[in-house]
Ligand binder design. Sequence first.
Ligand SMILES: CC(C)(COP(=O)(O)OP(=O)(O)OC[C@H]1O[C@@H](n2cnc3c(N)ncnc32)[C@H](O)[C@@H]1OP(=O)(O)O)[C@@H](O)C(=O)NCCC(=O)NCCS
Length: 304
Amino acid sequence: MAEQYPGHGEGIHIRELRPEEVESAAKFWFEDLGFDVGVRLFQRWYDQDPEAFRCIVDENGTIVATASAVRQTEGLYYIGTVGVDEAHRGRGLAKRLIRSLRRRDPNANYGLSAVPSYLSLYEGLGFQVVEQPFAHIYKGALREPLKKTQRPEGTELLEIFNGHPRFQEIEDYDARIHGYRRELGKTLIDDEDGVVYAMVRRERIIGFGKVQSNQRDQGAWFGPVYADDDESAQYIFSQLLERFQRQAQTSIYVIVSYLARHWAEELNLQLIEKSPRCYVNVDQVPAMLYQHLYAFDSLDFSLM
Ligand SMILES: CC(C)(COP(=O)(O)OP(=O)(O)OC[C@H]1O[C@@H](n2cnc3c(N)ncnc32)[C@H](O)[C@@H]1OP(=O)(O)O)[C@@H](O)C(=O)NCCC(=O)NCCS
């Protein structure tokens, strides 16, 4: 259903994004942020929740702004892909679009990871910072040969594939750390080139991590990495890196918590941004176990 906007000229309106327009949802965003995640992420979110994406079109039908609020679980949505065409900025379009997204489920909680310079946009819409900084975004490439990392004693590393007998355990592990149950199968292992490792100690899952290629430049995108302790997390990351060594020479993208900043620094990656994590309803923030969160899935805490 389209919403008209008086004051913005005849014909300017908000409507749902169409499947063939997902690429354009990515456009305004990555051009500015220099953080080119590729459209696969947006495509997955779209497939997961097509109603999540809305856009503003001008009188000629050209998309001038996009944003999404992807449903994560009952009563929880994450806002992302907020972008406005340069020529149309500063006229309240981003604000209108986000308000419109929230009308879908007005009583729900909405979270997001803000670009720090635009934090006031979200504060003006009632979002509050709950963790500052939360996500550290790094970009770079592998320039040095990798050092060998010792596998922690008593542990085993498993490669997880679709239908793996231990998948349910990983899903349970993720739910405990992430604060709610996610459809892990669809996004963690159901893609062509992603590699997922899980770590086991005394028959128990003690961590897992994923690497996949970034669609746009065929580099390596790391995340999530969730683990019980630093040593296990570091080992999972090092093995993913070794596996994607060739792609990592093209580029590395990783979003880490404060726990894993040193991984990025040891690889001499460039810190692009430190993002605060924000919610509308700060009393209903998922109880993430921060001490187990090393690398994030994506900026919007959703699985890629
Ligand atoms: C961020 C962005 C979406 C804002 O779109 P917009 O339509 O120009 O924003 P609005 O006109 O609705 O502005 C709403 C509020 O955002 C803030 N804001 C917007 N542009 C800003 C800027 N350049 N610097 C600082 N604050 C800004 C202001 O608080 C503003 O409120 P005000 O008008 O009462 O001052 C747009 O600049 C953009 O596409 N940037 C590149 C992509 C990007 O960074 N996206 C992620 C954003 S977290």
